[in-house]
Design a protein around this ligand. Structure first.
Ligand SMILES: Cc1cc2nc3c(=O)[nH]c(=O)nc-3n(C[C@H](O)[C@H](O)[C@H](O)COP(=O)(O)O)c2cc1C
Length: 423
């Protein structure tokens, strides 16, 4: 694993202490020495990266403007050119279709790597708090880890101060493809902290956050919720595009529609946004299996889809696997077969990735509960045993998965040949 915020001097291999207080690690970790100047930019002072200094409008800054994009005669990039630049980058990344959504405490490096192995083309980090990220080195080291294979990557921040956001963004930009701003979080904590979907009441601030990054050579993406009125959503999306957003992810629910199980996401609104802007758009909501993915791509015309809750239970969804819940009875059932993979297999793979890329135990505990939830329903005493462990170890967790398997009643993941062919 590469810890990119190491306080240690660069150029020497770095060794983590054998046990770190909050991190799951059974082995000492030898970190790669930095291979480029980028690797050390986060070590001491903020924003010493060359990308983070000049405004976009400076025509002398050739790195900001690819050859396919021409500035207007006064040196300013036109909206058209900005869209072309956004598309050039998106295409360079291979036009990711299947994307791991941002999830606090849940879309961390080992989970992203597991989802990538099973078909995800790109992933978001969990939301990071921009102010704490700039101020607290321990937070940076613990909450944001990545590795060479962890691309394309969106690093997501919540923010309400453009300068603080820029400082945080400058630290991660060399290690990701987009710096994302969370404009979608509807939780009470976001209301109290004044970020996420609560900034929908202050669009001038939203605009200034996006502009700040865009004008300072940060590839900025935004994740939004929709407004109750379609025309408001459209104006919002156009404003974000105009402010310099490179990729727009639209969660098709309003700020008040918090419960994803209760409220269907509005794909029609997502389609309308896609038609109204020129930058790549991603859709979020209602993805339970690959059939939903293909329906969503077809109905909305977006570039790709984000999935959150479904991936937590079934990290292999983008490889065409589905949980029994989505194998309907009767005729349909005949079209599905045992995919020879199950959530216990995936949990073991995830644990191995956690040994390779240490993360806080609270994240591991959360994933184990979600991936093995159905198995625990059949064998509740195993869940109780897990809950009674105040301190977890990998040995305990591997042994627990073994016990579940030996108790019987395996729950397979199913595949449908049509899904696998398309995935
Ligand atoms: C555990 C969890 C954590 C989440 N954390 C974030 C987050 O950090 N940032 C964000 O923009 N959305 C977050 N979300 C929302 C998801 O990214 C996504 O927008 C939402 O769950 C709808 O997608 P789904 O229907 O595929 O679940 C989170 C969702 C879950 C379930």
């Amino acid at each position: 694993m590469r810890s990119i915020f190491s306080p240690h001097p660069p150029l020497k291999p770095l060794i983590f202490p054998l046990t770190r207080p909050f991190m799951a690690s059974s082995v000492s970790q030898v970190l790669d020495p930095p291979t480029s100047p980028d690797d050390s930019i986060c070590s001491s002072s903020p924003l010493h990266h060359q990308d983070a200094a000049q405004p976009e409008e400076d025509p002398s800054s050739s790195s900001a403007v690819p050859s396919c994009v021409s500035p207007s005669p006064n040196g300013y990039l036109t909206g058209e050119s900005r869209a072309e630049r956004a598309w050039a980058h998106w295409i360079e990344l291979g036009r990711p279709k299947f994307v791991v959504a941002p999830m606090v405490d849940n879309s961390e490096l080992p989970f992203r790597m597991l989802c990538r192995k099973y078909g995800a083309d790109a992933a978001y980090t969990p939301m990071l708090h921009s102010r704490i990220f700039t101020e607290n080195e321990k937070y940076r080291t613990q909450e944001f880890t990545t590795c060479k294979e962890d691309r394309p990557l969106f690093v997501q921040f919540c923010a309400n101060d453009p300068d603080t956001l820029l400082e945080a963004a400058g630290r991660v930009q060399p290690h990701c493809d987009y710096v994302d701003i969370n404009f979608g979080c509807p939780q009470r904590i976001a209301r109290r902290g004044y970020y996420g979907a609560f900034l929908m009441d202050n669009l001038p601030l939203v605009k200034s956050l996006v502009e700040k990054l865009a004008q300072n050579h940060i590839r900025v993406s935004c994740k939004i919720r929709i407004f109750p009125k379609l025309e408001d959503t459209i104006s919002y999306a156009k404003m974000l595009e105009e402010a310099g957003c490179w990729v727009l992810a639209v969660h098709g629910r309003t700020r008040d529609e918090k419960d994803g199980k209760k409220f269907r996401a509005d794909w029609k609104a997502i389609k309308a946004v896609r038609e109204a802007v020129r930058i790549p758009v991603l859709a979020n909501g209602n993805i339970r299996h690959m059939e939903d993915v293909h329906d969503c791509l077809e109905e909305t015309g977006v570039e790709g889809v984000l999935s959150a809750e479904t991936l937590l239970e079934n990290p292999a969804v983008f490889a065409g696997y589905r949980t029994p819940e989505w194998v309907s009875a009767g005729e349909e059932e005949e079209k599905h077969r045992d995919g020879l993979l199950d959530q216990a297999d995936l949990a073991v793979e995830y644990l191995k990735l956690c040994e390779e890329y240490p993360v806080p135990w609270r994240m591991i505990r959360s994933h184990v509960h979600k991936m093995l939830g159905e198995w625990f329903r059949v064998h509740p005493h195993v869940r109780e045993d897990l809950n009674s462990q105040s301190k977890l170890t990998f040995e305990f967790l591997y042994d627990m998965v073994d016990r579940l398997k030996k108790l019987g009643g395996r729950i397979p993941l199913y595949v449908k040949d049509a899904d696998v062919a398309k995935s």
